[in-house]
Design a protein around this ligand. Structure first.
Ligand code: GLN
Length: 465
């Protein structure tokens, strides 16, 4: 079969399901078919040749829209490719569409998108998680095997968990951020969704590695993530931070993750106790640092250089104000105000500078824990996917979705979410493994072995055949 036919099938599936799920903001038929023809003709075999991939709409893809789920960029087309996209193209992958997301990646449910929410394919009255909900659903609904998302505090792992798929956030600096629209630069990372850990491993191997265009990308060798992925995990030490299994965690999720700890043990892993005493400050620290950086990063959307410009302004300052007032949604404005506040001269020491100190302690906790274990296990999210609208009027309840994920971004270490069970209402539950710096190979190995030995054996109600 030609790649063209293959990609045409994928595009048809995407179009058919998008009416129900809204996981794509754009399905790029023309672009994808032209790429497929090109690949059909050149005959060169590459790692990801003909693999269809969906891309979160905050990753620049030349000539295609990059809206960040915001009205302020609704008409913006990227002028250049993100490094990850260049590398995917060189490996033969085919971008089939740009996916829906919380506005500027701020949210945990996809409900802050200016273009409407994404629906969870397991139950369309529920959220898919966020902020990379569109990419998660594109994979979970069987349209594509892999998708790129982005993470600042859990935006790949949490939606992966709520949609029953695998989601990897690599070490900070593992994948170039060049062309990833900035939210909070010291936390941001491109992440990968896969139907399996193997799918994610194949993509990571292609896009990881030092990039001259991103000074924070690390010059650390990139292993072949697929070669050891099926290795025996006997003797691997998995750390359990017991104190995080208490308050605020749904019983069903606790039980499911406890069962998966036993499952890991049955595969020969050794279970050890670890402590992450500062993890409880994660949410507070994250919402100071992330909002501070966002308030600065988002200053560039002023109606002059990018996208939307409000009409009817009578002077420059008035134009800035009208553009930002009309172009940004409520959650983005809330974050810009919070961030501006914590950076203001009177409060800087009390909030921002204090948060940076606690961030260092969060990182030290991990460094200490990884002297005793190879990976740490926790739930990915404290609850299964909730109903659309259930938490959207309560920002604090929404922020608590990230309690298990934010600390990995604060510390810069990698994490992966792996499906580990279904709730009584048949919604997926995810376990999270957090690893030491640059240990994505260990995480993928543990995840893949788990998925092979303890598969979910269930599919969402909405699934592309
Ligand atoms: N849900 C978190 C937030 O709203 C994390 C978002 C992300 O990782 N991009 O900030």
């Amino acid at each position: 079969m030609s790649l063209r036919t293959d990609i045409e099938n994928t595009l048809n599936k995407a179009e058919k399901l998008n009416g129900v799920l809204t996981s794509f903001l754009s399905i790029e038929r023309e672009h994808a078919l032209a790429r497929a023809d090109e690949l059909d003709e050149n005959g060169i075999e590459t790692n990801l040749k003909g693999v269809a991939i969906a891309i979160k709409d905050n990753i620049c893809t030349k000539g295609l829209q990059t809206t960040c789920g915001s009205k302020i960029l609704h008409n913006y087309k990227a002028q250049y490719n993100a490094t990850a996209i260049d590398r995917l193209n060189a490996a033969g992958a085919v971008v089939v569409g740009k996916t829906n997301m919380d506005e500027f990646a701020m949210g945990s449910s996809n409900e802050t998108s200016a273009f409407g929410p994404v629906k969870n394919p397991w139950d369309t009255s529920r959220v898919p998680g966020g902020s990379s909900g569109g990419s998660a659903v594109a994979v979970a609904s069987g349209v594509v095997r892999v998708a790129l998302g982005s993470e600042t505090g859990g935006s790949v792992r949490q939606p992966a968990s709520l949609c029953g798929i695998t989601g990897l956030k690599p070490t900070y600096g593992r994948i170039s951020r060049y062309g990833l629209v900035a939210f909070a630069s010291s936390l941001d990372a491109i992440g990968i969704f896969g139907q399996t850990a193997k799918d994610a491993a194949g993509v990571l191997g292609v896009i990881a590695g030092r990039d001259e265009r991103d000074a924070t990308s690390a010059d650390v060798p990139v292993p072949d993530y697929l070669s050891g992925i099926d290795n025996d995990i006997r003797g691997k030490r998995i750390g359990v931070p017991r104190s995080l299994f208490g308050e605020g965690l749904d019983n069903e999720i606790r039980d499911s993750v406890e069962r998966s700890i036993e499952n890991f043990q049955s595969l020969g892993a050794e279970i050890v106790d670890v402590e992450l005493p500062h993890a409880k400050y994660g949410i507070a620290v994250y919402y100071i640092i992330a909002t501070a950086e966002a308030s600065s990063n988002l200053a560039r959307y002023d109606g002059v250089r990018y996208g939307f410009r409000a009409e009817g302004a009578n002077a420059l300052r008035d134009m800035y104000m009208k553009t930002r007032e009309q172009g940004f949604g409520e959650e983005v404005k809330r974050r810009i105000m919070l961030g501006t506040y914590v950076l203001s001269s009177g409060y800087y020491d009390a909030y921002y500078s204090k948060a940076q100190k606690v961030r260092a302690l969060v990182k030290q906790d991990y460094e200490k824990a990884f002297t005793k274990c190879d990976a740490i296990i926790t739930p990915t999210s404290p609850s299964v996917a909730f109903k659309l609208g259930e938490k959207s009027s309560d920002p604090l309840a929404m922020y608590l979705n990230d309690v298990y994920t934010v600390s990995a971004n604060l510390a810069g270490v990698p994490g992966i979410s792996v499906p580990c069970g279904l709730s009584a209402e048949e919604m997926p539950i995810g376990l999270q493994l957090i690893g030491n710096f640059w240990s994505e190979d260990t995480l993928l190995n543990l995840a893949s072995r788990y998925e092979t030995e303890f598969p979910l054996n269930a599919r969402p109600k909405v699934f592309a055949e």
